[in-house]
Design a protein around this ligand. Structure first.
Ligand code: NAP
Ligand code: GDD
Length: 375
C-alpha cells in the first residue's frame, strides 16, 4: 500500500496544529511549511517536534520557487492549504499582502503541483471560508448560496475558491474547498473575538484587567470547535469525488451571548445596559470571587470601542451543514456552543493563573539574585 504523505501550509496556526495531530494519529507522514520569524511562534506545534513522522520545512506562500521545490521534494499525496493572513480586520490595513497570500498563494500551490506532474496523484484541500457569503443574501447559508464578499480578506479568498474550481474542471485535479464557518479553540489567535473574550474574562476574574473593549456586539456567528472541524478537512479529501462542502454547526449566537457565557464560566454574571457604542456589560453577580480581584456588583467590565468596528462588517453568518452530514457522515454537534466556551474559559483561567505564578517567580528570582541569595 502506498504511503499517505500530507503537506500542510499554515502548520503553525490553530487549524494546522490540530490537523497535524489528527493526521499523525492516522499514520500519515506529515510535512509542514514554516516561515522564518525573529521570534519563535511555534508554540502550537512544539509538542510535535521530534515526532518521527513530523517534518518542518522553510517556505513561504509568497515565494513560488520555494513551494515548487518543496512539493517536488516531499511528493505529497494530500496538500492542505491552510496558510493565510486570516484576520479580517487586518485585511483592511494590509490588503495587498492579504491578496498575495490568500489569493495568489492558492494559485502558487496549484502550479507547484502541476509543475511537479503530481496532478493525478495529489489531492488538494483549500481553506475556504464563510466570509465569502459576506453581506449575506440568505440564511442559513449552504453550498448554493450566492457569495457577496465584504472585506479584502473575503475578496482574496473568493479568488482562491474559484481558482480551485477552475483547476478541478480544466485539469481534472482532485481539489476542493471546505467552506468553513468560524471555529475556535483554546489555541485560537488572541485577537479573534472569542479568544479575546475568554482571555479577558479570565484576567478580569483574577484581577489582572479592568475592562474588555469590544466592537459590534450584535454580530452573529456560527461558532464550532476547531478540533472537530479538522476531521472534515480530511473527510473532504477521502470523498469519492472532489466537491466543495459547507462546514458549520447550524447554530447562531451573538458576540454579546458569547461574552455573557464566557464571563459566567469565569464566575461573573453580566447584565447589559445601553445601546450601540454606549452599551456596557455590568456585573450582576459574582459566583466565584478570586482573592486577587476587587470586583463588585455594579462594576462595568465590558464596554464598546469604535476602534473595533470594521469599515464593512459581516453580521449574519449561519451555516447549513446538511451536505457534510449526509455525504461525509460528519457530526456538526460533536461539541456544543456551551462546551466550546467552557473549554476555552477553563484553559484561559489556568493560563492566567500560571502566568501569574511564573511572573511572581521571575520577580522573586531577580530579587534573590540581586541580594545574592541565589547565584
Ligand atoms: P491562523 O491561526 O491565523 O494560521 C494561519 C497560518 O498561516 C499560520 O501558520 C501562519 O504562519 C500561516 N501563514 C500566513 N502567511 C503565510 C505565508 N506568507 N507563508 C506561509 N505561511 C503563512 O488561521 P487558522 O484559524 O488556523 O485558519 C486556517 C485557515 O482556515 C486560514 O486559511 C483561514 O483563513 C481559514 N479559515 C479559518 C476559519 C476559522 O474560523 N479559524 C474559518 C474559515 C476559514 P505564522 O504562524 O508564521 O504566522
Ligand atoms: N476580532 C474582533 N475583535 N472582532 C470583534 C470585536 C473585537 O473586539 N468586537 C466585535 N467583533 C465582531 C467582528 O466585527 C465580527 O463581526 C465578529 O466579531 C467575529 O470577528 P472575528 O473573531 O475577528 O472573526 P471573523 O468572523 O471576522 O473571521 C474569522 O472567521 C472567518 C470565518 O467566518 C477568521 O478566522 C477568518 O479567517 C475566517 O475566514
Amino acid at each position: 500500500m502506498s504511503k499517505n504523505i500530507a503537506l500542510i501550509t499554515g502548520v503553525t496556526g490553530q487549524d494546522g496544529s490540530y490537523l497535524s495531530e489528527f493526521l499523525l494519529a492516522k499514520g500519515y507522514e506529515v510535512h509542514g511549511i514554516i516561515r522564518r520569524s525573529s521570534v519563535d511562534f511555534r508554540e502550537r506545534i512544539a509538542h510535535l517536534e521530534g515526532t518521527p513522522n513530523f517534518h518542518l520545512h522553510y517556505a513561504d506562500m509568497g515565494d513560488s520557487m520555494s513551494l515548487v521545490k518543496l512539493v517536488g521534494k516531499v511528493q505529497p499525496t494530500e496538500i492542505y492549504n491552510l496558510a493565510a493572513q486570516s484576520h479580517v480586520q487586518v485585511s483592511f490595513d494590509a490588503p495587498e499582502f492579504t491578496a498575495d497570500v490568500d489569493a495568489v498563494g492558492v494559485l502558487r500551490i496549484l502550479e507547484a503541483v502541476r509543475t511537479n506532474h503530481l496532478e493525478k496523484t495529489c489531492k488538494i484541500y483549500q481553506a475556504s471560508t464563510s466570509e465569502l457569503y459576506g453581506k449575506v443574501e440568505e440564511v442559513p447559508q449552504n453550498e448554493k448560496t450566492p457569495f457577496h464578499p465584504y472585506s479584502p480578506y473575503a475578496v482574496a479568498k473568493l479568488y482562491g475558491y474559484w481558482i480551485i474550481k477552475e483547476y478541478r474542471e480544466a485539469y481534472d485535479m482532485f481539489c476542493c474547498s471546505g467552506i468553513l464557518f468560524n471555529h475556535e479553540s483554546e489555541r485560537r489567535g488572541e485577537t479573534f473575538v472569542t479568544r479575546k473574550i475568554t482571555l479577558a474574562a479570565a484576567r478580569i476574574a483574577q484581577g489582572k484587567q479592568d475592562c474588555l473593549y469590544l466592537g459590534n456586539l450584535d454580530s452573529l456567528r456560527d461558532w464550532g470547535y476547531a478540533k472537530d472541524y479538522v476531521e472534515c478537512m480530511w473527510l473532504i479529501l477521502q470523498h469519492d469525488k472532489p466537491e466543495d462542502f459547507v462546514i458549520a454547526t447550524g447554530v447562531q449566537h451573538t458576540v454579546r451571548e458569547f461574552a455573557t457565557l464566557a464571563f459566567h464560566y469565569a464566575g461573573i454574571d453580566l447584565r447589559w445596559e445601553g445601546e450601540g457604542v454606549n452599551e456596557k456589560g455590568i456585573i450582576s453577580n459574582i459566583s466565584n470571587p478570586s482573592n486577587a480581584s476587587n470586583l463588585k456588583v455594579g462594576d462595568v467590565v465590558v464596554a464598546v470601542s469604535e476602534a473595533f468596528y470594521r469599515p464593512t462588517d459581516v453580521v449574519n453568518l449561519w451555516g447549513d451543514p446538511t451536505k457534510a452530514k449526509n455525504e461525509l457522515g460528519w457530526n456538526p454537534q460533536t461539541t456544543s456552543f456551551e462546551q466550546l466556551v467552557q473549554i476555552m474559559v477553563k484553559h484561559d483561567m489556568e493560563k492566567v493563573a500560571a502566568d501569574h505564578v511564573a511572573s511572581v517567580m521571575r520577580t522573586n528570582l531577580a530579587e534573590y539574585l540581586e541580594k545574592g541569595i541565589v547565584k
